[in-house]
Design a protein around this ligand. Structure first.
Ligand code: G
Ligand code: G
Ligand code: MN
Ligand code: NA
Length: 262
């Protein structure tokens, strides 16, 4: 596959870039941070989305150096937001969420690389959230959870991404070192018709109540309308992300959005 063989050189030439999608506090509408979403600016094909090249990078192992680059770049960016928002906002520094692939989870350098990057860039661990998909942790044994536990103990947040799409045992959540559940976009999509299906609402209500009883915050993805945001706020969700607030965009735009509501 042409794209696969082009990946290593693309990383060396700096063809990847990151867009940031705001994470908004549902209670007061303030921007609290953003999720980092990587893209590839291919010299012939233009911008290529992560759905097309992350699986290829996973397959060849390039995801390890690529993921390290994404982490470093995102942490550096969060540090810049922090420097420029000092004194402006009392909700604390803007935080950054970074996606981890399953292969990065099993890579022995995960903890030391993360610690090195945070120290080098001077970002406090609490300003970083690592997103791991629910499916990557299904049936996870202690060896897989140990590095995540170490990071969580240092103060890094761990989010369970795409929650509700896998088949994880809800009781299993207690075992995982996660502090955030990211409810999959499919739940939000189920609410685009008004009135929403009462059974869908009950399911979300149940997940939120379970999450809160385990001290987990709930972030919802794919919020496209104000009506959805209102509904999700009523159901007790904490944070929202979606086109209603902003599409993924360049890092400076996040700073503008955050200052605009400060
Ligand atoms: O931005 P977009 O909606 O196209 O993202 C599609 C998917 O790609 C999302 O599920 C997201 O989790 C994943 N993704 C985006 N950036 C990264 C990244 O840096 N690393 C990994 N592993 N996945 C990413
Ligand atoms: O990590 P994850 O795969 O969940 O990444 C989020 C993906 O969802 C990105 O590809 C992003 O572009 C996409 N996305 C973000 N907000 C919305 C939204 O409001 N609606 C839809 N349909 N997709 C969204
Ligand atoms: Mn994600
Ligand atoms: Na997701």
């Amino acid at each position: 596959h042409g794209l696969t063989t082009a990946l290593p050189a693309a990383l060396e030439r700096g063809e990847f870039f990151i867009e940031y999608q705001p994470l908004v506090h549902l209670g007061d509408g303030s921007v609290r941070g953003a999720e980092a979403l990587v893209r590839w600016l291919h010299p012939q094909h233009g911008v290529i989305g992560p759905d097309r090249f992350i699986p290829l990078a996973e397959h060849t192992g390039l995801i390890v150096p690529l993921g390290r680059w994404v982490l470093e770049e995102s942490v550096r960016q969060a540090r810049r937001w922090e420097a420029r928002t000092t004194g402006g906002i009392d909700a604390g520094p803007l935080r950054v969420n970074v996606n981890l692939s399953p292969m990065q989870l099993t890579h022995p350098g995960l903890v030391s690389d993360t610690v090195d990057i945070l120290e080098r860039e001077g970002l406090e661990p609490g300003a970083l959230c690592l997103e791991v998909t629910e499916s990557a942790l299904i049936g996870a044994d202690d060896d897989l959870l140990k590095p995540l536990r170490r990071l969580a103990e240092m103060g890094v947040d761990i989010a369970l991404d795409d929650f509700g799409t896998g088949y994880s045992n809800l009781a299993n959540l207690r075992r995982l070192p996660v502090s955030v559940l990211k409810l999959d976009r499919s739940f939000t999509q189920g609410m685009q018709h008004f009135p929403a299906d009462p059974v869908d609402l009950k399911i979300v209500e149940g997940i939120v109540s379970l999450a809160h009883s385990l001290d987990l915050a709930v972030t919802v993805e794919g919020v496209e309308t104000g009506a959805q945001a209102d509904q999700l706020r009523e159901l007790g969700c904490d944070t929202a992300q979606g086109w209603y607030y902003a599409r993924p965009g360049p890092p400076d735009r996040l700073h503008e959005l955050a200052l605009a509501d400060a």
